[in-house]
Ligand binder design. Sequence first.
Ligand code: HEM
Length: 53
Amino acid sequence: MAPPFETLAQRPGRDRSFYIRFMSEDHFPMTTFRLFENEKQDVVEYLLTLARQ
Ligand code: HEM
């Protein structure tokens, strides 16, 4: 089970470029993101708001 996004967002180096790359790659155990590009961008923005808190 993955940690909550609030915890993951506190990891060092989790900036915009990291999340953009992450959202374009396979993600074990979730092998395929079934998200449209605009949805991936929304997830990146959401994760960045958590990192700022
Ligand atoms: C759209 C859905 C999802 C999004 C946006 C998402 C996003 C993320 C992000 C941002 C991370 C942290 C990457 C990092 O900073 O190292 C992560 C880690 C992880 N996710 Fe997901 N995830 C999704 C769905 C899932 C699902 C469905 C599973 C499991 C079936 C899963 C399992 C994991 C695992 C195991 C990790 C690694 C945790 C660790 O490194 O300690 N994710 N995910």
